[in-house]
Design a protein around this ligand. Structure first.
Ligand SMILES: *Cc1c(COP(=O)(O)O)cnc(C)c1O
Length: 239
């Protein structure tokens, strides 16, 4: 990266942090309460390594192959790494143990597959349960009403620790359009908190991306996943 590109990234990180702080203050929350996850899909190892030295708390990757490449290159600079994308069961083996948290566990089948792999590796894998809050056919995640049953299953899987919930609401067509979904997520999170115990603890509520992380914080998110606002527009390689 050129010195100018690095300076631009520093500026964007500072802008995102300032907006997070404003939202925290508006919600009467302490700024330190909300973690900033840099969603680094499509960013190369050099860019990620540069970001790791800045004021971000952790990284989130969507694609298993990218995660493995950047992990092997030591790009995350010791910062925690979450997996946040759609995870196929045949790739679980590559993610368990590398990502300290798998945020996108959105089916019984994946829950059981992650648990089996963690047990095989002799580790406890932290996960979040992904909720399809907008009931969209195109998105993964369980329906809100399926959460108690899934947590019941998780109680019987000691190689897992369920640490909270994650969601990607429907794409907002207007400012503020995501807020009702974030509020529903918060309600669900609080109800699950009241029933937590054993290997299930509701600590993290992961929601909010570049366009709406301030709204998510106003509605109780304590982990926001931000890509574009930190790295600039993504360019996808031609297929
Ligand atoms: C890409 C991505 C983000 C960040 O999206 P931006 O709009 O670029 O901030 C957050 N969460 C998930 C799951 C993503 O895939």
């Amino acid at each position: 990266m050129t010195a100018e590109e690095i300076r631009r990234m520093e500026e964007r990180v500072a802008q995102v942090r300032a907006e997070m702080e404003r939202a925290c203050r508006a919600a009467g929350r302490a700024p330190g309460e909300v973690l900033l996850c840099a969603a680094s899909k499509t960013q190369n190892s050099e860019t990620v390594r540069t970001a790791a030295a800045l004021d971000i708390d952790l990284f989130g990757e969507n694609r298993v192959q990218e995660l493995c490449e950047k992990y092997a290159a030591g790009a995350y600079g010791g910062k925690p790494l979450h997996f946040i994308g759609h995870l196929q069961t045949n790739k679980v083996r590559q993610v368990v143990g590398r990502a300290c948290m798998i945020e996108s566990v959105g089916s019984h089948r994946l829950l059981e597959c992650v648990a089996a792999e963690a047990q095989k590796q002799g580790i406890r894998q932290d996960i979040l349960v992904e909720i399809n809050i907008g009931a969209e056919a195109s998105k993964s995640g369980i329906a809100p009403e399926e959460l108690p049953g899934l947590l019941e299953c998780a109680h019987a899987l000691p190689s897992l620790r369920v640490r909270g919930l994650m969601s990607i609401p429907p794409a907002a067509d207007a400012p503020g359009a995501s807020r009702p979904y974030f509020a529903q997520m918060r309600g669900l999170f609080e109800r699950a908190q009241a029933a937590q115990g054993g290997n299930v603890s509701m600590e993290y509520l992961s929601m909010g991306m570049s366009a709406d992380f301030a709204d998510a914080i106003l509605e109780g998110a304590n982990l926001v996943r931000v890509g574009t606002a930190l790295f600039g527009a993504r360019s996808y390689p031609a297929q």
